[in-house]
Design a protein around this ligand. Structure first.
Ligand code: AMP
Length: 552
């Protein structure tokens, strides 16, 4: 028997219309670095999104599922593009401006982007690539920057503000099948070519509802969210869409992502929530320690993208900012888990232990663990295996070009269609995920696994260590052993023996056989285009003898 419910498609268009009408007074504030920030209401941004859609169709000839790329910071214009492009039936492709040039060219050509909307401040990065972007016909420039860099450019160049000015303020939005592509984003590609993940209207809609649930970020129109996580990195964790559903105000840092301006915007704009990867928070912590500011408005901080060191969580707790740890990936839209402790643990010794896990799966995300031989492992909090997930906002394949079968590589998708995350961990009986490593980063020593993440967290809890990354290096006797690379605080006199003793001591209790014997001081941990530790680089530096390694 079929239900008697209406079958109304779940679309980005609907989110836009709702945000404009019901939460029209909510604000998008964009930091400008000097003077007053730019302030724009949801109603104004929505109207400008309508004008942008008209311009893209009437002036630039965007039709059907043409791809319109953005090469932008987090700002109000980027939010306008977020809504205009999918609502008109086209596909938003957020280009990751931190990708190496050759990968950027590869992804723009692979996606066959027809238009690129770019921030003027990013023209020095984009302009040299334009001759190689074979499908791009139009470049639209928004915000300050040197236009002369585009002199002689092959694609036609337009000014964003001129392009949208005087356009109609209505658009007859097309009926959209909710399974149609709305946006695409390529994975950061630490191995092989980047892979295109294509989000549907439906997946974005459902994911936004999840982001808004009290057990997730749980924000309301009384909140202001400082969206540090880039809009080119998995849709800024879904925040621009989720906020239009609930009227949460957005504070956008634009290109001012350094610790000092971030601290300044928190003090003056008083956001209640912020979302970013751990490296940003580590930087902000240093800044606030050196120069205390009034950051008391910021009571909730969502950290994900890589593991949040417990020491960082404790430090922010002391500042009155409650960290909520979350896990996800481009392929999971990204929200996969979020660490809100269960009611029975609140106020007990168990609470912190729950908070430093990667968190609990929401109802829509099914999870299972797969052992080394492909066997299913129990949710007992001890058996570690590769995490596999499925659900309505989880990718089932990668984009492979128009009219071509999507890609389903066997190392990424199981035969029965689950996403193999490449993350290794345990799941407790009550559904909390604890990641112990990336499948490719785990250290296999004498037939046992050593978690590089556990060692890093322990090292980073040492007062003299600002950053630490641990990688597997070949070892004649044990197969692999851990190499600890550490960044020491300025002026520190800590030596390797004392750090090793710290790991073994009461503070960390790392088992003796797991303690690294190879150590190296580095100036900074190499990072990927989205600010995660790039262990591939460290492994290569070690292999090529570029690190100064001491063996204890
Ligand atoms: P990306 O697709 O670039 O967002 O990368 C996704 C990967 O980041 C995941 O597969 C994890 O390896 C890692 N990651 C994301 N969040 C966390 C977290 N909270 N703890 C540990 N690793 C994480």
């Amino acid at each position: 028997m079929l239900s008697t419910m209406q079958d109304v498609p779940l679309t980005v268009t609907r989110i836009l219309m709702h945000g404009v009408q019901v939460h029209g007074r909510s604000q998008i504030t964009t930091w400008t670095g000097e003077g007053e920030p730019q302030r724009r209401s949801f109603a104004e941004a929505g109207t400008r999104a309508v004008q942008l859609a008209n311009a893209l169709r009437d002036e630039l000839g965007v039709r059907g599922d043409d791809r319109v790329a953005t090469f932008m910071w987090n700002n109000a214009e980027h939010v306008e593009a977020y809504f205009a492009i999918p609502a008109m039936g086209a596909v938003l492709h957020t280009l990751n401006l931190r990708l190496p040039a050759d990968q950027l060219v590869w992804v723009a050509n692979h996606a066959a982007d027809k238009v690129v909307i770019v921030n003027g401040s990013l023209l020095p990065l984009l302009a040299p690539l334009l001759p190689k972007l074979t499908t791009v016909e139009h470049v639209v420039v928004s915000g300050p920057g040197d236009r002369s860099l585009l002199d002689g450019a092959r694609p036609r160049v337009h000014e964003y503000e001129e392009l949208i000015a005087d356009r109609p303020k209505t658009f007859d939005w097309p009926e959209i099948d909710e399974r149609q592509a709305a946006a695409m984003c390529y994975t950061s590609g630490t191995t092989g070519d980047p892979k295109g993940v294509v989000f549907s209207h439906r997946s974005i809609y459902l994911h936004s509802m999840q982001v808004n649930m009290a057990q997730s970020m749980g924000l309301t129109d009384q909140d202001t969210s400082l969206v540090v996580v880039p809009q080119f990195h998995v849709n800024a964790w879904g925040l621009p869409h989720a906020t239009f559903m609930t009227g949460v105000n957005m504070l956008m840092p634009d290109r001012f992502l350094q610790p000092a301006p971030l601290a300044e915007m928190i003090e003056s704009e008083r956001p209640t929530h912020a979302a970013a990867v751990p490296t940003i928070w580590q930087g902000l912590l240093g800044e606030l320690t050196a120069k205390p500011r009034d950051v008391s408005s910021l009571t909730q901080v969502t950290i994900g993208g890589s593991a949040c060191p417990p020491s960082l969580m404790e430090a922010f707790d002391k500042l009155g900012m409650r960290v909520c740890h979350a896990w996800g990936m481009t392929e999971t839209s990204p929200l996969g888990t979020i660490a809100r402790p269960p009611a029975h643990a609140i106020g007990t010794d168990e609470e912190f232990a729950y908070r430093i896990t990667q968190g609990r799966f929401p109802a829509a995300v099914e999870a299972r663990l797969s052992g080394p031989g492909g066997e299913r492992l129990p949710w007992d909090g001890e058996s570690a295996g590769e995490l596999e997930v499925r659900g309505p906002w989880i990718a089932g394949a990668y984009y492979n070009g128009p009219d071509v079968e999507p890609l389903r590589p066997a190392d990424k998708f199981s035969e029965d269609g689950w996403l193999k995350t490449g993350d290794v961990g345990t799941i407790s009986a009550d559904g909390f995920l604890t990641l112990t490593d990336r499948a490719k980063d785990v250290i296999k020593s004498g037939g046992e696994w050593i978690s590089s993440v556990d060692l890093e967290n322990a090292l980073m809890s040492h007062p003299d260590v600002t950053e630490a990354a641990v990688v597997a290096v070949p070892d004649d006797k044990w197969g692999e052993r851990p190499l600890a690379t550490v960044v020491l605080r300025e002026g520190s006199t800590a030596d390797f023996e004392s750090l090793r003793a710290f790991l073994a001591g009461d503070a960390c209790r790392i088992a003796k056989w797991q303690l690294p014997e190879r150590w190296s001081i580095i100036a900074a941990v190499p990072k990927t285009s989205v600010g995660k530790f790039d262990k591939k680089v460290l492994r290569k530096q070690y292999a090529e003898g570029e690190l100064d390694v001491t063996q204890l």
